[in-house]
Design a protein around this ligand. Structure first.
Ligand SMILES: Cc1cc2nc3c(=O)[nH]c(=O)nc-3n(C[C@H](O)[C@H](O)[C@H](O)COP(=O)(O)OP(=O)(O)OC[C@H]3O[C@@H](n4cnc5c(N)ncnc54)[C@H](O)[C@@H]3O)c2cc1C
Length: 419
C-alpha cells in the first residue's frame, strides 16, 4: 500500500532505473515510486541485443528486467514513451513531454547513454544503422537475415565490443563483414595492443575482414540504398548496410540544463557523483552509464558503461536515496560472447596505466586469463573461456598488493594463494 508521504522519481527506465525501483520496494519504501522512460518498451537488458537476441538464440520476452505486470503489482508508477524534458531543481519538479509536471522529494537520473553518430556524408541513408534499443536490434536482425540470404556486405565502423559482437552475429547469418577501425587492434582502449590480437585472429578465422588504421569518410548510395563505404586511405568497401558502432555518449542534457556538476570529457564525461552516487544537488542521484562516480577503492573517478554497473549501481543509488550510508566500490565488470569465445573482464586498465601484461593458460587456444599490472599490482584481469575465477581476480585487484608475476602466470598456483 502506497502512502504519499514521499515521492521518489526515477528518470530512465533502463536497467539502472528498474533495479533502483525494485530496490526501493525491497527496502520497504512505502512512498510513491515513479519510473519514467522515453522508450515504449518495458525496462529491458541490452546485452542480448548484440548477442542471443540478434543471433536468434534468445527470444524477445527473455530480455525484460521484469514481467510487465510486476510494476503495477509493486505500485511502481511507470510512464513509458514519455521523455522528461525539463528538471526544475528549485521547484523540485520534472516535466514530461506531454506537459505533465511531477513533484519529487528525491530524484534519480538513470538516463544511460546513446550511440555516437558518424559525422560524415551518407549517414542519412536507410542502410545506416545504430544499435542501442530493442527496436534497433529487431531491425538489425532483419537486415542480417537478408544480407546472409543474399550474400550481402555489412561494413561495421568500430571494433569495440558491440562492433565485434555484431560482426560475429552477422557471420552467423552468412553476411560478408568488413570492420573498419582507426586503432591498430580491436578493443584497443580496453585491452591495449597486447590482447587485441586475440580478437583479430578469432574474427579473421571466421571470415571477417579488418581494415585497421582507417576511418570512414563517406557512405555512398543511390535512391536511399547504401552502395559503398569509403575510408580516409582512399579505399572503397562494398556495402549494402553500415553499422556505426563507434561508442556511446552519456545522456546528460537534463542534468546540464539543471546546472548539476558534470565530469569533463577527459574524465569520461557524465554526471559527477560522490561515492554514494549523489550529485552536486543532495536530493538528486545518478546511476548506470550516465554517472561518473568517485571510486573509493580504485581512487579517482570512473564512468562505467557496463551492464553490471547498472545492475548494482541502480540499487546502490536507491539505498542512498533512502538515507543509507552507501560507498559504491564495485570493481568494474564486463562480459562478452563472440562465436565460441566467452570472456569476462574485471577492473580497469586504460592504455598508459599499466606496465606489464601477464597471461596464464593457453592464449593460442583462447583459454587463458590475462592480467594487467602496474608496479606488480593487478589492475585488471580478463578470463577467456575459463570460468568461475571472477571473484579471485577481483580479490587480487581489491587487495592492491603486489603479486609475483611468475606465480600469476602459472595455472598450477591457485589465484587465491597469491595475496
Ligand atoms: C547492444 C548492446 C550490448 C551490450 N552488451 C553488453 C555486455 O555484453 N556486457 C556489459 O557489461 N554491458 C553491455 N552493454 C552495456 C549495458 O547495456 C549498459 O551499460 C546498460 O544498459 C546501462 O544501463 P542504464 O540503465 O544506465 O542505461 P540505459 O540502458 O541506456 O537506460 C537508460 C534509459 O533512459 C532513457 N532516457 C534517457 N533520457 C531520458 C529522458 N530524458 N526521459 C526519459 N527517459 C530517458 C533511455 O531511453 C533508456 O531507455 C551493452 C549495450 C548495448 C547497447
Amino acid at each position: 500500500m502506497v502512502d504519499a508521504h514521499q515521492t521518489f522519481v526515477i528518470i530512465g527506465a533502463g536497467l539502472a532505473g528498474a533495479k533502483a525501483a525494485e530496490t526501493l520496494r525491497a527496502e520497504g519504501f512505502t512512498g510513491r515510486v515513479i519510473l519514467i522512460g522515453d522508450e515504449l518498451d518495458h525496462p529491458y537488458e541490452r546485452p542480448p541485443l548484440s548477442k542471443g537476441f540478434l543471433t536468434g538464440s534468445a527470444d524477445r520476452d527473455s530480455v525484460f528486467v521484469q514481467q510487465p505486470h510486476w510494476y503495477a503489482d509493486h505500485d511502481i508508477e511507470l510512464h513509458l514513451g514519455q521523455p522528461v524534458v525539463h528538471l526544475d531543481r528549485a521547484a523540485r519538479t520534472v516535466r514530461l513531454g506531454d506537459g505533465t509536471a511531477l513533484i519529487y522529494d528525491k530524484l534519480l537520473l538513470a538516463t544511460g547513454s546513446e550511440p555516437r553518430r558518424l559525422d560524415i556524408p551518407g549517414t542519412d541513408l536507410a542502410g545506416v544503422h545504430h544499435l542501442r534499443r530493442l527496436a534497433h536490434a529487431e531491425r538489425l536482425k532483419h537486415v542480417l537475415t537478408s544480407l546472409g540470404r543474399e550474400n550481402g556486405h555489412l561494413v561495421i565502423a568500430g571494433a569495440g565490443w558491440i562492433g565485434l559482437e555484431v560482426a560475429a552475429a552477422a557471420r552467423g547469418y552468412g553476411a560478408e563483414v568488413t570492420v573498419v577501425e582507426s586503432a591498430p587492434t580491436p578493443l584497443h582502449t580496453v585491452l591495449g595492443p597486447e590482447l587485441g590480437s586475440v580478437f583479430t585472429d578469432l574474427h579473421t578465422e571466421h571470415g571477417v575482414r579488418f581494415h585497421f588504421g582507417a576511418r570512414l569518410t563517406e557512405i555512398t548510395g543511390q535512391d536511399g540504398m547504401v552502395l559503398a563505404a569509403l575510408t580516409d586511405d582512399g579505399e572503397e568497401h562494398p556495402a549494402h548496410d553500415v553499422l556505426a558502432a563507434i561508442g556511446a555518449a552519456p545522456r546528460i542534457a537534463l542534468a546540464e540544463a539543471a546546472g548539476l556538476a558534470l565530469a569533463g570529457p577527459a574524465a569520461g564525461g557524465g554526471i559527477a557523483v560522490d561515492t554514494g552516487l549523489r550529485t552536486s544537488d543532495p536530493d538528486i542521484f545518478a546511476a548506470g552509464d550516465v554517472a561518473n562516480a568517485e571510486h573509493p577503492l580504485l581512487g579517482g573517478t570512473l564512468r562505467v558503461e557496463h551492464w553490471a554497473n547498472a545492475l548494482n549501481g541502480g540499487p546502490a543509488a536507491a539505498r542512498a536515496m533512502l538515507g543509507h550510508e552507501v560507498s559504491y566500490d564495485r570493481v568494474p565488470y564486463f562480459f562478452s560472447d563472440q562465436y565460441d569465445l566467452g570472456m569476462e573482464f574485471s577492473g580497469n586498465a586504460a592504455p598508459g596505466s599499466y606496465d606489464q601484461v601477464v597471461c596464464r593458460g593457453d592464449v593460442g587456444k583462447r583459454q587463458f586469463i590475462a592480467f594487467w599490472l602496474k608496479d606488480g599490482r593487478v589492475l585488471a584481469g580478463m578470463n577467456v573461456n575459463v570460468w568461475d575465477v571472477t571473484e579471485a581476480i577481483q580479490h587480487l585487484i581489491r587487495s592492491g598488493q603486489p603479486v609475483d608475476p611468475e606465480a600469476l602466470s602459472d595455472p598450477k598456483v591457485p589465484l587465491g594463494s597469491l595475496v
